[in-house]
Design a protein. Sequence first.
Length: 99
Amino acid sequence: MQVMARLEEILAEITGMDAVTLQPAAGAHGELTGILLMRALLEHRGNPRKKVLIPDSAHGTNPATAAIAGYAVENIKSSGRGTIDLAALERRSPRTLRA
């Protein structure tokens, strides 16, 4: 337990965060923990979001996790090469992509 507590301290120091967690370790539990942490941070900053953009090539747990976390899910289609279609992405979020 001391090693884990020290690792949390070190990771917090390296990242500049107030705290970190070592659990859950991975998988769908980790994915849900991550999105809930991001939601809490954005709400704390006064910038809550309503939707999450997810590529249609993403793992099936990605849209499910976003929905469980209370977000509306919008899929972004892939290009013919299997990568994110940047034009489709820009149509969904023009404010965040233009400098």
